[in-house]
Design a protein around this ligand. Structure first.
Ligand code: NAD
Length: 287
């Protein structure tokens, strides 16, 4: 590391709390080192209250950019100068780039999800998706899928605070894209199963299936998972959630959240450096 840091080294930050568990510093620093890029990525434990001062400090120091994570993904918007179309629709940002004092917010999770599908040879453009979840991950996925040309999306969420937010997301997507989006109550299992029937892909974008809900699945009847349905899960620890196990037993093609995680990072990396992250190399190192 010592020989990598010079008087010209550019800083990229990660702003969130808690933050020490994050894989992002290792992902980006290894990629900078592999490509010989003069950047360093550091995590900063920052909450909503500290955020305005930190962003101001980043402006003053001409920091190249940052990732933004919980609890700052929506709060950060008010301190930025511009938003990408997807970030504007989502009302959330996970990546900021500083171009000569102009701070632009992006959301790369949805791009990461769509790219992971593409890398696996899965094409859902012009087709229908059914998705469980309406939080940060689900919102980013739905928006990018709609922007990329997915024809129809049926979102199922329980009636919690995320449901109300999802009503606004549905409105935004319907206004700004050609995608037909509908929101349903997750308790309505019959409708969930019916919507999956004519979908090309079913996606779980909730934490059900990961700690502390390991072994659980929002789909309980395996027969719903017909063999030509693609089944994806944003969770990647465990590598195979109960949903993906069931789907595999039914002969479905499955994809977990690892690709989404890697490609959202790669998209941010490209925004800051203009270079392609060596994704296969990083995957080998991290997993
Ligand atoms: P969030 O807190 O913004 O949203 C949580 C969502 O899950 C909400 O829709 C909520 O209603 C739903 N939910 C929570 N518990 C539920 C339950 N018991 N039953 C039904 N629905 C439930 O979180 P998020 O950031 O959207 O993350 C959701 C999952 O996605 C997490 O497991 C997270 O680790 C994963 N994730 C993966 C990636 C990736 O790159 N692969 C990126 C972001 C998030």
């Amino acid at each position: 590391m010592a020989e990598r840091i010079s008087g010209k080294t550019k800083l990229i930050g990660l702003l969130g709390t808690p933050i020490s568990h994050s894989l992002s510093p290792k992902m980006h620093n290894e990629a900078f080192a592999k490509l010989g890029l003069d950047y360093v990525y550091l995590a900063f434990d920052v909450d909503n209250e500290q955020l305005p001062g930190v962003i101001q400090g980043f402006r003053s120091l001409n920091v190249r950019g940052c990732n933004v994570t919980m609890p700052n993904k929506t709060v950060v918007l008010q301190y930025l100068d511009k938003l990408s179309p997807a970030a504007e629709l989502a009302g959330a940002v996970n990546t900021v780039v500083n171009d000569n004092g102009v701070l632009t917010g992006h959301i790369t999770d949805g791009v990461g999800y769509m790219r992971a599908l593409k890398e696996d040879g899965i094409d859902i453009i012009g087709k229908k998706m059914t998705i469980t979840g309406a939080g940060g991950a689900a919102t980013a996925i739905c928006i990018q899928a709609a922007l990329d040309g997915v024809k129809e999306i049926s979102i199922f969420n329980r009636k919690d605070a995320f449901y109300e937010r999802a009503e606004q997301t549905v409105k935004n997507i319907m206004e700004k894209t050609d995608c037909n989006v509908k929101l349903f109550d997750l308790e309505d299992t019959n409708t969930l199963y019916k919507e999956i029937e004519d979908s090309a892909i079913f996606t779980n974008a909730t934490g059900v299936g990961m700690k502390p809900l390991v072994g659980q699945s929002l789909i309980t009847d395996p027969a719903v998972l017909r063999s030509d349905l693609i089944v994806s899960d944003v969770v990647y620890i465990p590598e195979k959630t109960r949903l993906l196990e069931m789907a595999e037993e039914q002969g479905c093609r499955t994809i977990n959240g690892l690709g989404m995680m890697l490609w959202q990072g790669a998209e941010a990396f490209k925004i800051w450096t203009g270079e392609d992250m060596p994704v296969d190399y990083i995957k080998e190192l991290l997993f």
